[in-house]
Design a protein around this ligand. Structure first.
Ligand code: ARG
Length: 458
């Protein structure tokens, strides 16, 4: 059988052109969505009397047969048939004869491909929401076991103030919560039906777009046929959301890498998630978080690629748009892989509570609290800050930490110091004191944890 569009041509397509313009190599991922869209379309054609019931039933049966073959891996796609849409149509005609050619009545590949991608994006978005939820669950579980685990909190990667490790983990929980919300919100726009927009202008057949939208579970139909076939915002939006999501994954990965280094020594990743060095036998490399961090580049790249692709395109369909797919597939696959690994890696990581605590004792991260101590006793905070700066300098010169200075030494800097300073400086106290809403104080973290849990399975 020759090309489905061969009538107007007198020469066969150049072989190189055939290969260059074909998308079957990648859009075969849309096979099941394509059949789903076709089933809805043919149902509607029958219902509207555009084809007979007999024809409708034959086509539906044929499509089901092809679906079975695809699912069993029995189908061989052909580059000569260009893309998934024409491959399936060709298979249908082979299966049920010329009546298969009626399937394409009142539609075009332009609304067809858009429909397929909306269906694909919806499925994958829902799946990704679940996977983000699993990462959040792992964070909550670890946070729950580490509300009272204290470690240095950092700004500028310099020790700043001690914090609860549960608090630190929950910070990521909320980032992922927003990612989940963004994915959920995007479903509103993914759930528009382009089907029936045809090539660009609609169709003279008396079709029922609402019916196909209902069958496919779309919430509304695109009100404009040109927009319906040209819109790729829903993919851009997905790639943007994905870029933000992978940014969060990457930042968390960076921390896991730092924390598992000998320099920090705060966590140990499970052996299952690390690999060794072929030359240095002592090494245990955090390959998984490194790759998660590294994968960020391709996801940003996919976003940039599609933005660039679309920016100068006139309405309506242009073949350039065939290039919208690989970046989308790649982003979906990359995120599925990343999230599926991140959840169990977080769940199985060992938290070195003792090391974290030791780190807090061996720094000056309680300095703010001495300033607050003097401020509460009446000294203006600015002045107190100056005094403590001098104390820290003195302590460093003496090779001591703030808890090691004697009360006599403190009193050389201010008469306001009394014995209760030691209690105030204990790391547990320093953390507990930050009980303002959303702070790292243990009570606040416990409240936050409850709130986080309530978001887990909504
Ligand atoms: N394979 C094409 C794509 O992915 C399908 C739409 C083709 N439409 C056309 N008029 N050539 O964009």
């Amino acid at each position: 059988m020759s090309k489905l569009w061969g009538g107007r041509f007198t020469k066969p397509t150049n072989k190189l052109v055939e290969e260059y313009t074909s998308s079957i190599g990648f859009d075969q991922k849309l096979a099941l969505q394509d059949i789903k869209g076709s089933l809805a379309h043919v149902e509607m054609l029958g219902h509207c009397g555009i084809i007979t019931d007999e024809e409708k039933n034959q086509i539906i049966k044929g499509l089901h047969t092809i679906q079975g073959k695809i699912e069993n891996g029995e189908v061989e796609y052909s580059v000569a048939d260009e893309d998934i849409h024409m491959n399936i149509e060709k298979l249908l005609i082979e299966e049920i004869g010329p009546v298969g050619g009626k399937l394409h009545t009142g539609r075009s590949r332009n609304d067809q491909v858009a429909t397929d991608m909306h269906l694909y994006m919806r499925e994958k978005t829902e799946e990704l929401i679940e996977l983000v939820g699993a990462v959040q669950e792992a964070l909550v579980t670890q946070a729950e076991g580490n509300v009272d685990t204290i470690l240095p909190g950092y700004t500028h990667l310099q020790r700043a103030q001690p914090i609860s490790f549960g608090h630190h983990l929950l910070a990521y929980f909320w980032m992922f919560e927003r990612d989940k919300e963004r994915l959920q919100d995007s479903l509103k726009r993914i759930n528009w039906s382009p089907l029936g927009a045809a090539a660009l202008a609609g169709t003279p057949y008396d079709i029922d777009r609402q019916m196909t939208a209902d069958i496919l579970g779309f919430e509304k139909v695109y009100p404009n046929s040109l927009d319906a076939v040209s819109d790729r915002d829903f993919i851009l939006e997905f790639l943007s959301i994905s870029s933000i999501l992978i940014t969060h994954i990457s930042r968390l990965s960076e921390e896991l890498i730092l924390w598992s280094s000998q320099e920090f020594n705060f966590i140990e990743l499970d052996d299952e998630f690390c690999t060794g060095s072929s030359i240095m036998p002592q090494k245990k490399n955090p390959d998984v978080p490194e790759l998660l961090r590294g994968k960020t580049g391709r996801i940003y790249g996919n976003l940039m690629g599609l933005l660039t692709l679309l920016k100068g395109l006139p309405l309506a369909y242009n073949k350039d748009m065939q290039e919208d797919k690989e970046g989308m597939f790649d982003t979906v696959d990359t995120l599925e892989g990343a999230l599926s690994l991140l959840a169990p890696m977080l769940a199985s990581m060992e938290v070195k509570k003792g090391e974290m605590k030791t780190a807090v004792k061996e720094d000056y991260s309680n300095a703010t609290d001495i300033a607050d101590y003097l401020a509460v006793k009446g000294m203006p905070f600015r002045q107190a800050h100056e005094v403590i700066g001098k104390i820290v300098l003195y302590a460093i010169e003496e090779g001591k930490y703030l808890l090691d200075l004697s009360i006599g030494e403190y009193q050389q800097f201010s008469e306001l110091f009394e014995e209760d300073i030691y209690e105030k400086l204990a790391p547990e106290q320093v953390v507990a004191a930050r009980n303002s809403e959303g702070g790292t104080g243990f009570k606040q973290v416990a409240n936050q944890l409850e709130l986080a849990k309530s978001h887990l399975y909504e």
